[in-house]
Design a protein around this ligand. Structure first.
Ligand code: NDP
Length: 244
């Protein structure tokens, strides 16, 4: 069994997940860098972590695929023999008015954001060591209720509900379950398809008047995974510069 505590970050090949993986590695965790298709980007995150003197491995798995998620947790157990932290970060977003949202795109967001989170939570609930930590990524749009975000925000509202209930179901094991709900953050998921004007307008919605960088969110997740965050349980922590 590996000596360091082990953290699994889903969707850690880029964006917020990559920043979370690096922040947890800097805090001493051995990190599993999960990704869906972008093997090169995941390998680069692993190399960066190793260059800083921490341990990391890349593991492909589509979180929407129940079998693949089981195999992912089996592999972590086989290679490192323990799991202490799960960060459910993998997610997708397609924006459109509900009336125009193609059913295929509805399914994709539910499959990855909601069922994907359930798939990893089920495995974690059965396998996480005592004193472990779970952090799920939601979105501040659950509070903002912006047009075009209905399906995406609904999947994340469900994630917040899962968070509060799982925190209670894991009673007695010293495991905390929380959600972090970022506001607009400078990643492909947010920037894709938006005009410069729209990005600027959304950046200024926060009283702090800028987009978050992935590291702003990673620090909050790292806090919840650290001893300092140990008394926070069953909560959704909005990290959005004050937008909502
Ligand atoms: P990005 O699009 O930048 O990155 C998404 C990551 O998720 C990639 O690593 C991608 O892997 C991975 N991924 C996508 N689908 C799957 C899947 N089926 N199985 C496993 N991994 C998958 O997104 P962000 O970093 O912006 O978002 C991270 C999280 O934060 C998401 O849950 C998102 O909803 C949430 N969030 C983001 C906000 C923002 O403004 N950016 C605001 C609020 C919440 P690969 O590279 O292999 O495709």
């Amino acid at each position: 069994m590996i000596e360091a505590k082990v953290a699994l970050v889903t969707g850690a090949s880029r964006g917020i997940g990559a920043a979370i993986a690096k922040a947890l590695a800097a805090d001493g965790f051995a990190v599993v860098v999960n990704y869906a298709g972008n093997a090169n980007a995941a390998a680069q995150v692993v190399e960066e972590i190793k260059a800083q003197g921490s341990q990391a491995m890349a593991c492909q798995a589509n979180v929407a695929d129940v079998q693949a998620v089981g195999a992912l947790f089996d592999r972590i157990e086989a290679e490192w023999g323990r799991l202490d932290v799960l960060v459910n970060n993998a997610g997708v977003m397609t924006l459109a008015p509900l009336a125009e949202m193609p059913p295929r795109v509805v399914d994709e967001q539910i499959d990855i954001n909601l069922k994907g989170t359930i798939n990893t939570l089920r495995e974690a609930a059965n396998r996480l060591g005592d004193g472990g930590r779970i952090v799920n990524l939601s979105t501040s749009v659950v509070g903002l209720k912006l047009e075009n975000y209905a399906v995406y925000a609904a999947t994340k509202a469900a994630v917040e509900t899962l968070t509060g209930i799982l925190a209670k179901e894991l009673r007695g094991r010293g495991i905390t379950v929380n959600a972090v709900a970022p506001g607009a953050t400078a990643t492909t998921l947010f920037l894709n398809g938006k005009s410069d004007e729209l990005v600027e307008r959304m950046a200024r919605m926060a009283p702090l008047e800028r987009l978050a960088e992935p590291e702003d969110i990673a620090r909050v997740v790292a806090f919840l995974a650290s001893p300092a965050g140990g008394w926070v349980n069953g909560q959704t922590l909005r990290a959005n510069g004050g937008t909502v």
